[in-house]
Ligand binder design. Structure first.
Ligand SMILES: *Cc1c(COP(=O)(O)O)cnc(C)c1O
Length: 433
């Protein structure tokens, strides 16, 4: 039997394991619901990316973990140890990274509406780069940098006109996005010229992020090509030397059996070829390459453990299996209709004879985790693991219905360690006055 997650197994008791740890024992020790993650797998995923830059681009680059996928002190500590950079998109993520002792110079600060306070905070902490979204923000950064007597290194978020999702990508004049400045209408060129004249801004790079859960190499190659030509144009026209090319994240992972992710190593291989070719054609220096994987680092390393409660069979319609969590800990189905696989912890290999819908316990009819999944015979009290939930679950969790958020447990070398404690009822009323 194979699972969508590589780090799962079945032990001598017939129970499902993650990173070699019995999930039934973990449930007994930490309760449910709980996010369980294989730290060794997270680290292995980081190493595939860092190694690929060494193998295919002489190490001239940096892999940034896109920390919105899962942000907590523990994960920033892992990233620090793995020699990664991180990207953050808010003052809160930045604060968490700094609290974890993450080196400020390897932090890239993104966002389409950074507040004055956030920018001032980032500058005071000396973040490595700010990825500038628009002209308004650029002036603000220049002004605040001037007041502090510093020069700020910036990249620009550019819309290269490629919109990629899972199995398709389109090349459009895709300028209808709240993020960044467009290539094709001259906005990108204009902001570079403006920035180049500013006394407290140092233009170091350009950035694009073309989508998420992408299974193809072609859209990344196309983005690299367009961005490289833009870098060359800026060099030729204005002598603006851009030496960082950040191609964003979006690499797809296996949520369900049909998903066919590309080996992560191949993205940098494919992109490197394009970058080297255009650099030669256009006679410009090779930029360093940055990439920002989020989902692909943590999603395949995590699952959510639930206990089954009510089972409701509506004859001729469907069977609802309700668990002790739901849209509060995993809002992805209700938001995007995302699909997941699941397994019964104490019967992971059983014949899948029943089609059920896994529902949460929130007061919303749409509070569904998985619609129409085939599972073995299921009973109240069973432990259910929803798989590949390591990204955009804990980080998107809410306290809807005043349900405390689950803990995050990391498995390292076969041993569980708490990374985030379970919230308590006291936590829920902490800020109530
Ligand atoms: C979300 C995001 C990422 C990470 O995307 P994944 O699909 O999780 O790899 C990287 N860069 C930027 C700017 C993003 O907004």
């Amino acid at each position: 039997m194979s699972f969508v997650m590589k780090c799962l197994g079945i032990n001598e008791n017939g129970n499902l394991t993650i990173g070699g740890c019995d999930l039934k024992e973990i449930a007994e020790a930490y309760g449910t619901p709980a996010y369980i993650m294989d730290e060794d797998e997270i680290r292995a995923n980081c190493r595939i990316y860092t190694q690929s830059i060494k193998d295919h681009y002489d190490g001239k680059g940096l892999v940034l973990y896109a920390s919105k996928a899962l942000s907590c002190k523990y994960i920033y500590q892992i990233m620090k140890e793995e020699g990664m950079g991180v990207d953050v998109v808010s003052g809160g993520e930045l604060y968490t990274a700094l609290e974890a002792g993450f080196p400020n110079e390897k932090i890239y600060f993104h966002g389409n509406n950074k507040t004055v306070e956030e920018i001032a905070f980032a500058l005071s902490k000396g973040v490595g780069r700010i990825v500038v979204d628009n002209e308004q923000e650029l002036s603000l950064i220049n002004q605040l940098s001037g007041e502090s007597g510093i020069t700020t290194k910036v990249l620009f978020r550019i819309k290269p006109g490629i919109d990629a999702h899972t199995h398709s990508f389109i090349q459009t004049g895709q300028i209808d996005s709240k993020f960044g400045v467009a290539l094709e209408n001259g906005e990108a060129e204009q902001i570079m010229k403006t920035a180049h004249q500013m006394p407290n801004i140092e233009v170091v790079g350009v950035h694009c992020h073309i989508g998420s859960q992408i299974f193809e190499l072609a859209p990344f190659e196309l983005a690299a090509e367009k961005m490289m030509n833009f870098i060359a144009d800026m060099n030729d026209r204005y002598r603006i030397h851009i030496h960082e090319l950040n191609l964003g994240g979006g690499f797809g992972i296996k949520y369900v059996e049909e998903d066919r992710p590309v080996n992560y190593d191949r993205y940098i291989q494919a992109v490197s070829r394009v970058v080297k070719r255009v650099a030669k054609e256009r006679n410009i220096a090779l930029p360093s390459i940055l990439m920002e994987p989020g989902r692909s680092i943590v999603a395949p390393a995590g699952l959510t453990l639930y206990t089954v409660g009510t089972i409701k069979n509506i004859p001729g319609i469907r069977t609802y299996v309700s668990v002790d969590g739901g849209m509060g800990d995993n809002p992805r189905h209700i938001m995007y209709g995302s699909e997941y696989e699941a397994a019964l912890v104490e019967n992971p290999n059983g014949e899948k004879t029943n089609t059920v819908t896994v529902a949460g316990k929130c007061c919303e009819s749409g509070d569904i985790l998985i619609r129409d999944i085939k599972l073995p015979e299921i009973h109240s009290g069973d432990l259910l693991a929803v798989l590949s939930t390591g990204a955009y679950n804990y980080s998107m969790a809410s306290n809807y219905n005043r349900i405390p958020r689950p803990p995050v447990v990391m498995i390292q070398n076969g041993l569980p360690k708490l990374a985030v404690k379970r919230e308590t009822y006291e936590d829920l009323v902490r800020n109530d006055v």
